[in-house]
Ligand binder design. Structure first.
Ligand SMILES: [Zn+2]
Length: 146
């Protein structure tokens, strides 16, 4: 069996760990987190988005898998959404000319959470398994009977 390089998981619940000075705060971020790359081999995607937003989020997290920082990943995801003819990934992320508004994206990334910097995300046990599941589609079409 081939070794899987990336696992894609969907999540409903997520807890963020924030750091501010000496304070560590854990907060339920289920409704604000779109996706997360664990830095190793799993990309988590929120199960409460439209299919297009889930695709853009996967594209964004895949940029992190390739080593991109947050600003670069958001710009790449916005360009991806533009190439697909989809709406902006977040309000204000697109300029008047329809291209990514780099300044707005940079400002948004640098905007501080009241809890500090997000340094980790925890998902409940079983998050990796997406249920109800569906087996992979079998691409083999039987030959027509003579
Ligand atoms: Zn990111």
């Amino acid at each position: 069996m081939r070794h899987s390089r990336l696992t894609i998981a969907s999540f409903g619940k997520a807890t963020g760990t924030f750091s501010s000075g000496d304070n560590i705060t854990k907060v339920d971020i289920s409704n604000s987190l779109y996706g997360w790359f664990d830095g190793v081999r799993t990309i988590y995607i929120s199960d409460s988005m439209t299919n297009e937003s889930a695709a853009v989020t996967l594209y964004h997290e895949y940029q992190h898998y390739g080593g991109s920082d947050e600003i670069s990943a958001r710009i790449a995801a916005e360009e991806f959404a533009i190439s697909m003819g989809w709406p902006e990934t977040r309000p204000g992320y697109r300029g008047q000319d329809g291209s990514p508004d780099i300044g707005a994206i940079v400002r948004d990334v640098h905007r501080k959470s009241p809890y500090g910097e997000l340094i980790g995300v925890q998902f409940p046990e079983g998050t990796r398994i997406r249920l109800p599941g569906r087996p992979p589609v079998n691409p083999v079409i039987p030959p027509p009977t003579p």
